[in-house]
Ligand binder design. Structure first.
Ligand SMILES: NC(=O)c1ccc[n+]([C@@H]2O[C@H](COP(=O)([O-])OP(=O)(O)OC[C@H]3O[C@@H](n4cnc5c(N)ncnc54)[C@H](O)[C@@H]3O)[C@@H](O)[C@H]2O)c1
Ligand SMILES: N[C@H](C(=O)O)[C@H](O)COP(=O)(O)O
Length: 339
């Protein structure tokens, strides 16, 4: 392939995710079923991928790289690996805290490579937050990990299907800590970042964003909670003066109905389990998780490690394919903008 054509293909780093989960399975099956228009580099232990491919009976060519610059264009069945060694061999379906440093190392190297511009985007199959926390560090999600690594002041978690986009004001917080985290500042920063990225990364000229209340019935005029009156309404009014097209706060139970959704670009929920169950009910297995507000591009799957399915061949790779394609599209758009 001529050099300029090769260089026009984005380099997409894909981490292995939790080795005992379905991450390796869905990487192997997705990359063996189709060719992606990119240079795909898997940050993983090649032995993990070889073992899992054998267990699943998937025929792939595993090629080890010493430099990400050498990543060839993807073709069906090609797995190009930048090797990172596990502490121990993994048994599918059995979590082992000794391999948590390996998982963290794949994320660290993916983020560093993206910051150095060796990679154009990162795609992350699922990690197991519990087994990472057992190492003694507090790991609440990739979103927060890459936010800290990139030193980004605020990021936004957004999950998207063809039909719906749902973003969150707060990410992985215990329920009891949410009201205190719904502040004028947090709502303003997240809503501005969301609006900006909907314009720049999704080409929506003037995004229309539906905003959920925090309390049942959006507080029922203060009788079911005062956060709407004291915090959310004044903040949205201020943002409207900046030109943002915001509807709400609406009661979350009726915001997610066609009357509102059909005419809007995105819903903004106040917390994880207010917005994501609706999105996952509507499109589990085919949605993408995108971190907005980072200086790098990062997409992920809409599901977890599904430890019960690892090594069985029953895991769907649909969301991973969507996450890879979104990363490629966003990387191509970013290349066009930078010219
Ligand atoms: N992107 C990520 O890293 C990510 C996302 C969500 C959850 N997690 C983590 O995953 C772990 C397990 O979480 P969970 O049990 O709540 O959710 P889960 O998504 O792993 O599993 C929920 C259910 O969905 C099924 N399922 C999940 N993915 C599937 C697939 N690709 N194909 C077919 N069936 C699938 C599972 O078998 C299970 O029945 C937790 O540690 C959680 O934090 C990680
Ligand atoms: N909140 C996500 C979900 O439910 O799908 C998931 O936990 C992943 O989050 P990170 O991308 O921050 O790991």
């Amino acid at each position: 392939m001529p050099n300029d054509l090769l260089e026009s293909l984005p380099v997409i780093a894909i981490t292995s995710g939790e080795p005992a989960g379905i991450g390796p399975d869905i990487i192997l099956s997705a990359l063996s079923e189709q060719a992606f228009p990119a240079r795909l580099v898997i940050l993983a232990d090649p032995e993990l991928l070889k073992d899992r491919a054998q267990k699943l009976g998937i025929c792939v060519e595993i090629q080890t790289l010493s430099n990400p610059k050498d990543t060839p264009p993807h073709r069906q069945g090609l797995i190009s690996v930048l090797p990172i060694k596990q502490a121990k061999p993994t048994t599918a379906g059995i979590l082992d805290v000794d391999n948590s440093p390996y998982v963290l190392e794949t994320l660290k190297q993916a983020g560093e490579g993206c910051i150095r511009k060796e990679f154009d985007a990162i795609v992350t199959p699922p990690v197991h937050k519990g087994v990472l926390c057992e190492t003694g560090i507090h790991f609440s999600g990739h979103t927060e990990f890459f936010q800290a690594q990139c030193q980004s002041p605020h990021v936004v978690m957004m999950l998207a299907t063809e039909a719906m986009k749902v973003a969150l004001v707060t990410t992985h917080l215990p329920l009891k800590d949410i009201p205190a985290a719904i502040t004028k500042d947090s709502i303003s920063l997240v809503t501005r970042a969301l609006n900006q990225d909907l314009i720049e990364k999704f080409g929506i000229k003037k995004p229309k964003i539906l905003v959920c209340g925090l309390n049942p019935h959006a507080g029922e005029d203060g009788h079911l909670g005062r956060e709407e009156i004291d915090v959310i309404i004044p903040t949205l009014n201020k943002l409207r003066l900046e030109g943002l097209n915001l509807i709400g706060p609406l009661p979350a139970d009726t915001l997610f109905t066609p009357k509102y959704l059909n005419d809007a670009d995105c819903a903004l929920a106040m917390y994880h389990d207010q917005g994501l169950p609706v999105l996952k009910y509507s499109g589990f297995g085919n949605a993408v998780n995108i971190t907005l507000g980072l200086p790098i591009i990062r997409t992920s799957v809409d599901h977890g490690t599904a430890i019960d399915l690892a090594g069985t061949g029953k895991a769907s790779n649909g969301s991973l394919k969507v996450a890879i394609q979104h990363a490629i599209n966003m990387a191509n758009n970013a290349k066009k903008f930078s010219k």
